[in-house]
Design a protein around this ligand. Sequence first.
Ligand code: TYD
Length: 202
Amino acid sequence: MASGKFITFEGIDGAGKSTHIPFVTELLRARGLTVVATREPGGTELGEGLRELLLHKKMHLETEALLMFASRREHLAQVIEPALARGDWVISDRFTDASFAYQGGGRHLALEKLDALERWVHPHLQPELTLLFDVPLEVARARLDAERTPDKFEQEKADFFAATRGEYLRRAAEFPARFRIIDSTRPIPEIQQELRGIVAAL
Ligand code: TYD
């Protein structure tokens, strides 16, 4: 039996990943694969409780990073690892790259600390593929303005998102075999066409 793969979706708020996750999930299901679609922070009952705190309460930067990884530890134990062990595919709306981008890039937490947390929480597991939905800040901001009430992260200023995007792109350059950068300024059908090609090659 073919074994399951772990795919993560990343990008700054407003980059459009939420539009494309259901599309990719359906492409995989149409191939007869069992797909677990999940998200971070969250993905478990405990993790969703932590998400509520993380998205709405002010807290120390290191508390924020530790809670992101606490949510991730639970998510790995309860959802991701069992699914992969069963041979299912896992699609996660964000994973550890988001901690590097937001807490590291956006909030300037030392990357060594995030490296240490990553080594602690998932020393042997990395996504097989990370789709980075990339747009310039102005495009992302314009999309967010049209949305519902912004959460704690969405209320951040332009320089925060510039640094967040910068760290995502740095990670993509550091791990080129795992990352695919998707130019998310293009019309949705064009992006879907590219995603079809990527999924077909998996
Ligand atoms: P997001 O995934 O964008 O959900 P929604 O589309 O409902 O707004 O929101 C999650 C937020 O959490 C997002 O702003 C990024 C942030 N985040 C971090 O700062 N660090 C992390 O490790 C993760 C997983 C998310």
